[in-house]
Structures are given as C-alpha cells and as structure tokens.
Design a binder for this molecule. Structure first.
Ligand code: SAM
Length: 227
C-alpha cells in the first residue's frame, strides 16, 4: 500500500509514535468545550518540541502563548522532571483553562509549569528583573507561539533572558505568518516584520528555517541557537 503524501503520513505517525495521549487529548477537548480557538500545535509538532527540549538538556523553558496548555504539557514532558516551564498568557480564561488541563495531566502548577498572566512585553521585563535579582533562573529553551507582530521583540527578549551559548529560541508558525498569510517584501521590511532577516543580521545567534507540512497547513518554524 502506498503511503500518501501528508495526511496519511501524519495519521500513520500519530498512530505509532504518540503514546500517553489521554491527557493531551483531554486538553484539546476541554479547550474546545471552553471556547478556546483550535490553534494549538499539532500532536506530532508538539512531540517535536518535547524531543527538542529533551535533546537540548534544558532545565528552564520559556513559552509565549499558553492557550489551553497543550504545548506546555509537551514542553514539560521534554524536561523529564528536572526543570520548569514558564508560560506567558495574556487571556485570563485561556490561563484558567490551561491550569485545569495541566492539572488533569498530572503536571504540578506552578512547580512544573507556571503560567504568568499578562502581555508578553509587560511580563518579560519583570522576568528580567527577577533574573537580575537572582530570584529566577535563565532560560535554556524559548518557545514563541503568540502575537505575531511582536515576534522580533520576543526573540530579542528570548536571547537576553537565555542561558547563553547553546540556548535555543524556537518561533512557531513563522512560515505561515511571513510567507503564506503575509508576503515577504517591502511591507514586511517597513513594518519590521521580516523576522528572518532580522535574525539573520543578529550576531548573537545562528538560525535556520524548517518548512513543515502537516494535515493542518503548510507552515514552518525558525530555530535559533545562541552562539
Ligand atoms: N502554545 C499554545 C499551544 O500550542 O497549545 C498555542 C498558543 S496560541 C497560538 C496563542 C496564545 O497567545 C493565545 O492563547 C493568546 O491569548 C496568547 N497571546 C496573544 N497575544 C499575547 C500577548 N501579547 N502576550 C501573551 N500571550 C498572548
């Protein structure tokens, strides 16, 4: 039997590679029931972030955009019990649903995943102050999944709050936002939204773009590592 492009591959991989999905499926169902939009990472994509966190040996993960906590559960799983995910979420209802979903998944809140309520650009300087005061550790892995117009700002903060060389910054949905829904060209440059060009000119990091194809959509990520 030929495996068809895209959908069949995804279904096959999900069937065979994804285990312990009860809590994750519950997070999706409960989020839908609570009226949250269906914009979590896909199951395989979430597993990818979990594997990356594990590979990087991260202890502290920073997430921008918790929604219903689906990706936070996966990021926490990648930590293998040795650290903490700190997620920033602007919407109080999303935050509350995320906490309920995390608790259902057996994740300790706030010890294993802490969700900070507020807009990214307001919360990030507070995290920086806490790091300066020795009250909080630096981040080894930064997962940016919110508020596209501020991607560069989040990236810049991610590098500043990072644990230095080897720390990773991951931007989700970069291809969709820049190349599918946006058009790379003059307006992106004028609006300061050509994140790929900005990151390419940033001597603090090296980075790549990985295009992805999945049942949900054509998309892609930026993955950067601090030099
Ligand atoms: N990471 C989640 C997952 O995969 O399960 C999905 C996050 S969803 C794509 C984006 C989230 O970012 C939404 O819950 C939204 O409320 C939140 N958000 C939007 N603007 C924000 C901002 N300025 N600061 C923090 N969170 C924001």
């Amino acid at each position: 039997e030929n495996i068809q492009f895209k959908g069949d591959v995804e279904a096959h991989a999900e069937t065979h590679l994804l285990h312990d999905q009860e809590a994750l499926n519950h997070a999706l169902h409960n989020s839908t029931k609570e009226g949250l939009p269906p914009i979590s990472v896909s199951p395989l994509h979430g597993k990818f972030t979990s594997i990356l966190v594990n590979l990087s040996g991260a202890r502290n993960v920073l997430e921008l955009g918790a929604l219903g906590g689906y990706s936070a559960i996966q990021l926490a799983r990648g930590l293998k019990g040795k650290g903490k995910v700190t997620s920033i979420e602007v919407d109080r209802h999303h935050r509350d649903v995320a906490i309920a979903n995390l608790q259902h998944a057996g994740v300790k809140v706030p010890d294993e995943v802490e969700i900070l309520l507020g807009a990214g650009l307001e919360v990030l300087p507070k995290l920086a102050a806490e790091i300066e005061e020795g009250k909080r550790e630096r981040f080894d892995f930064v997962f940016i999944d919110a508020d596209w117009p501020n991607q560069w700002n989040y990236f810049d903060w991610g590098v500043k709050l990072s644990n230095g060389p080897g720390s990773a910054i991951y931007i989700d949905n970069a291809v969709k936002n820049m190349f599918v829904e946006g058009v790379v060209g003059d307006h992106l440059k004028e609006d300061g939204l050509d994140v790929v060009a900005q990151i390419g000119a940033d001597t603090r990091v090296e980075a790549t773009v990985i295009q992805t194809v999945a049942a949900k959509s054509y998309d892609g990520i930026v993955l950067a590592v601090v030099k």
